[in-house]
Design a protein around this ligand. Structure first.
Ligand code: ZN
Length: 458
């Protein structure tokens, strides 16, 4: 009987990692980074609960770091086999893992300076060399094509509709059918197709990030965003949007493209001020065949892409600094999404004190981040050693989400034939509990919250 052990993403959102063992093979599903407060991030330092050299294959559902961010540590620990991903996931991994390696090198340096030891004392988890090895070990597989990652195991990716390249993973193991939802997308997504349905399963691992609620409608959110743009233009203020490089930025560009085409975009200048977001946008454009729409950019390849004329890519530091001289009339999209790093902090420093400026929050803000402080109504924000007064209008738009809400999760699980047993992963305990109740009441399904370290028979 094949087994599965929950090594991460159980009882919490981050660190997805599931070890599958059959009589013939050992396969690792996901190899995610733990993210959050220091006691959670410390879990990344632990040795793997298995010997990476004994794995036959690795499968990763999508490029987000909480699903992929320990892959470089895995190859550093001796894993030399294939890492199965969809083609866009491979391209996004290149951006996200290289950025993660860069941030770790920087954090290790700070930590050493703080401790006053020599720069070698605190080692980063991995380096860009390890990331290069991960990319070399990636084997890409298109959606819906069957592949055999290891002896006696059949596998298939289906479109999860969460970010570009995201997959639901179907596995056949010694006659048993295991379905892993991956992160399941929101049907309200502007860019992506709806999550595919799965015909049948014996066991389902279902994510539960928003297991306790449904999202506000995207249409209402977009109408609110448009209203903010109109108001900012009327008072000649800038609009600062702290955004995540992958997915949210492309959604915003798509929406701004729609407004432009309809003649309803009041701003003449839009800056995408993030080399990573620019690179991610180009990846989205490369895989437009997998999207529902065409992503606007500044370049059009042989007229194939949509172009958004007010958009400018800001690649260099000089480009970014030049934006600081603009006192109004621009939309500035810059990272990081929670304002705890990146170029957006310069734009906040130059705009937060202006009453005619607007800051639009479009993504989740973790506790303790400057973005969260803005959402919570902070009067001042400390930026580069200076207290900057918050006189700009701060708006929090709640309707953007890359995850299915509770009703969509229940609907997706209910459509699976074969009366599967459901194990709930990738959620905080109270969200998981709420989803468990909803699955029982509305789909007649029995669901169990995954427990860290526990092994189940499939
Ligand atoms: Zn994700």
């Amino acid at each position: 009987m094949p087994t599965l052990t929950f090594l991460g993403g159980a009882g919490q959102v981050t660190g997805s990692c599931y070890l599958i063992e059959t009589a013939e093979a050992r396969v690792l599903l996901e190899c995610g980074l733990f993210q959050g407060p220091p006691e959670v991030e410390r879990l990344n330092e632990r040795a793997f609960a298995f010997d990476p050299r004994t794995l036959d294959a690795v499968i990763v559902s999508h490029a987000h770091l909480d699903h992929s961010g320990l892959l470089p540590k895995l190859v550093r620990a001796g894993y030399t086999g294939a890492i199965h991903v969809t083609p866009p996931t491979r391209d996004l991994l290149e951006l996200l893992l290289e950025d993660a390696a860069f941030l770790q090198a920087r954090d290790a340096e700070w930590e050493n300076r703080r401790r006053g030891r020599n720069p070698e004392a605190h080692e980063p988890l991995y380096t860009t060399d390890d990331v290069e090895r991960v990319l070399a070990q990636c084997r890409t597989v298109e959606y819906r094509r069957r592949f055999e990652p290891a002896a006696g195991i059949g596998a298939r990716f289906r479109d999860a509709g969460h970010i570009l390249g995201s997959a639901i993973v179907e596995l056949e193991l010694e006659g048993r059918r295991l379905v892993f939802s991956g992160d399941l997308g929101n049907r309200d997504s502007l860019l992506l197709r709806d999550p595919e349905t799965v015909a049948a399963a014996d066991v389902v691992l279902l994510e539960s990030t928003y297991g306790d609620r449904d999202h506000r409608s995207l249409a209402a959110t977009l109408a609110e965003f448009e209203q903010i743009l109109v108001e900012a233009a009327a008072h000649a203020g800038n609009v600062i949007v702290p955004a995540f490089a992958v997915e949210r930025t492309q959604e915003l560009l798509y929406f701004l493209g729609e407004l432009y085409e309809a003649g309803r975009l009041p701003q003449q200048r839009i800056f995408l001020d993030s080399p990573m977001a620019i690179a991610a946008t180009e990846v989205y454009r490369r895989y437009e065949r997998l999207l529902d729409v065409r992503i606007p950019g500044i370049r059009s390849h042989a007229g194939r892409h949509r172009v958004l004329p007010p958009l400018q890519y800001s690649l260099t530091t000089e480009d970014s600094m030049a934006i600081n001289r603009i006192s109004g009339g621009a939309i500035i999209i810059a990272g990081s999404g929670m304002c705890n790093g990146g170029r957006v902090r310069f734009h906040l420093k130059h705009n937060l004190w202006r009453p005619q400026a607007h800051v639009v929050i479009v993504g989740f803000q973790a506790r303790g981040t400057p973005g969260r402080a803005l959402v919570d109504g902070a009067r001042t924000l400390r930026l580069f050693g200076e207290e900057v007064e918050v006189r700009a209008r701060v708006h929090t738009l709640g309707g953007f989400s890359a995850h299915a809400g509770q009703s969509q999760l229940v609907e997706w699980a209910r459509a699976i034939g074969g009366r599967p047993r459901v194990h709930l992963v990738h959620g905080e305990p109270e969200k998981t509990a709420a989803l468990r109740a909803a699955l029982a009441a509305r789909a007649g399904l029995t669901a169990t919250p995954a427990e860290p370290g526990r092994t189940i028979a499939l």
